[in-house]
Write a protein that binds this ligand. Structure first.
Ligand SMILES: CC(C)(COP(=O)(O)OP(=O)(O)OC[C@H]1O[C@@H](n2cnc3c(N)ncnc32)[C@H](O)[C@@H]1OP(=O)(O)O)[C@@H](O)C(=O)NCCC(=O)NCCS
Length: 130
């Protein structure tokens, strides 16, 4: 059973959350937070300066999750979603001071790991140098 999925792009110093979703039967149990926190940690490992994403203006649940980790709304893309022409909010998390962000983020991530008993083989793995 796949409980959730998250997709993260990293291009130079920009990280972009392309996808995040949890299985409808497992929502509200913290797995979306696990996915987002894992992508944030991966972005920090890769040295990203910031993370961006788009979210439907009606998707308050996802917006709450992003705000919980410091994302802010920085703009709007009009008619971004073709299925119903809904607007998207541009949300962004700046790592202005990565060390300071990690001071609060790292204990939170460890608590998530302890609570959800997951093995992390992703967030702290650096790419192989060429
Ligand atoms: C958005 C999504 C990934 C959240 O996943 P989840 O596993 O349900 O979320 P979690 O249980 O980890 O909750 C994390 C936070 O999300 C927010 N949240 C979750 N459920 C919520 C609800 N019913 N109402 C309001 N906020 C909610 C809260 O901020 C919550 O933190 P809290 O528990 O401290 O209040 C999930 O709802 C989903 O897959 N939605 C459909 C796909 C989607 O909209 N993806 C986002 C595209 S931009």
């Amino acid at each position: 059973m796949i409980v959730g999925y998250g997709g993260l792009w990293n291009i130079v110093d920009e990280a972009h959350v392309s996808t995040i979703a949890t299985h409808p039967q497992f929502r509200g149990n913290g797995w979306g937070e696990v996915l987002l926190a894992a992508m944030i940690r991966r972005a920090l490992t890769l040295g990203a300066a910031y993370i961006v994403l788009e979210v439907r203006v009606s998707n308050v649940v996802a917006q709450n999750l992003y705000k919980k980790y410091g994302f802010e709304t920085v703009g709007t893309k009009t008619n971004y979603y073709h299925s119903n022409n809904e607007d998207a909010y541009d949300m962004r998390l700046n790592f202005t001071n990565p060390a300071a962000y990690r001071e609060t983020f790292d204990p939170r991530f460890e608590a998530l790991k302890a609570r959800h008993h997951f093995a992390d083989q992703y967030t702290d793995v650096r790419p192989i140098a060429k």
